[in-house]
Ligand binder design. Structure first.
Ligand code: ADP
Ligand code: MG
Length: 283
């Protein structure tokens, strides 16, 4: 793209449908249906929705780890055809290399990204491990770390090389509240410093409001974008407790209502045996 007057969104998702299994069989799952979402360069979007509504599926599509059944996904105006170093992904389940220490796992991202010498890589890895509170665990192997610590190593690995796009799938879900809040603040400061574009899935309403410039709410399966709420908070980084301000409470309540409706609907769908006319998706 050389024409900057027609700046495309950083990430464009247009009319994306994803079906798992054979559409003609009763066993198929329509995970996403006609999903469109545009994320601007440098924007921080959080994504919430009932469990099983297709959030991870959507993130995997943006990450280039799978392809849509129909519809298009582009990054900087170019079709997404596979994974790339321009997108750092943090999954719910972390894949650390068991034969590498925490430090060496973090350095791995930097080795792949290239550009830094060995000493710089080591220094940078130490820096981000400090940041996630693992300075004294640098030399431990994954099996010597708790689940929460392994997650923090994986988060450190993705933060270390500062990718242009960060895709995060409930990265803080298993952390204790204090660590989570620390890492939220840290992520915001990294985001501001690097101008990265972030898509962050969470099931925490507070987390969605605190981090997101916009919160995209998905419907129960088949997942669609139900609504996108712009979050306008005066002073996210102020000294005060932003979470107890009237603005914050308003957004939290609004999101709670939207989600509650979808979660109830999802539970009802789960309880009902699938009727044949529903199972055969016509589309
Ligand atoms: N590889 C797959 N094969 C078949 N079905 C899948 C696969 N991945 C996800 N699904 C189904 O697609 C739906 C959406 O899943 P997912 O994206 O993981 O939801 P979420 O992350 O919102 O909890 C679920 O019904 C899930 O069972
Ligand atoms: Mg998921």
């Amino acid at each position: 793209m050389t024409d900057s007057s027609a700046t495309p969104a950083k990430i464009s998702i247009d009319n994306v449908t994803k079906v798992f299994g054979d559409e003609r069989s009763e066993r198929h799952t329509v995970a996403l249906e006609d999903v469109s979402l545009h994320v601007a360069d440098g924007e921080f979007v959080t994504l919430v929705g009932p469990s099983g509504c297709g959030k991870s599926t959507l993130l995997e599509l943006i990450g280039g780890l799978s392809t849509p059944t129909s519809g298009t996904l582009t990054l900087d105006g170019e079709p997404i055809t596979g994974p790339g170093l321009d997108r750092g992904i943090v999954f719910q389940q972390y894949a650390l290399l068991p034969w590498r220490t925490a430090q060496a796992n973090v350095e791995l991202g930097l080795e792949i990204a290239g550009g830094l010498g060995r000493r710089e890589r080591a220094a940078r890895a130490r820096e981000v491990l400090d940041l996630v509170g693992l300075d004294s665990f640098r030399d431990r192997y994954p099996h010597e770390l708790s689940g929460g610590m392994r997650q923090r190593v994986a988060i450190a690995r993705s933060l270390a090389y500062e990718p242009k796009v960060l895709l995060m799938d409930e990265p803080y879900a298993a952390l204790d509240a204090q660590t989570r809040e620390l890492l939220q603040v840290e992520l915001l400061s990294i985001w501001e410093r690097t101008g990265a574009t972030v898509v962050f899935i969470t099931h925490g309403i507070e987390e969605a409001v605190y981090l997101g410039q916009r919160v995209a709410v998905m419907t129960a399966r088949p997942g669609r974008i139900k609504t996108v709420i712009p979050i306008e908070l005066d002073d996210r980084h102020g000294d005060g407790d932003i979470r107890s301000t009237p603005q914050f409470t308003h957004y939290r309540h609004q999101l709670w209502e939207l989600l509650h409706h979808e979660i109830t609907r999802a539970a009802r769908l789960e309880a009902e045996p699938t009727r044949p006319e529903e199972a055969v998706h016509v589309g």
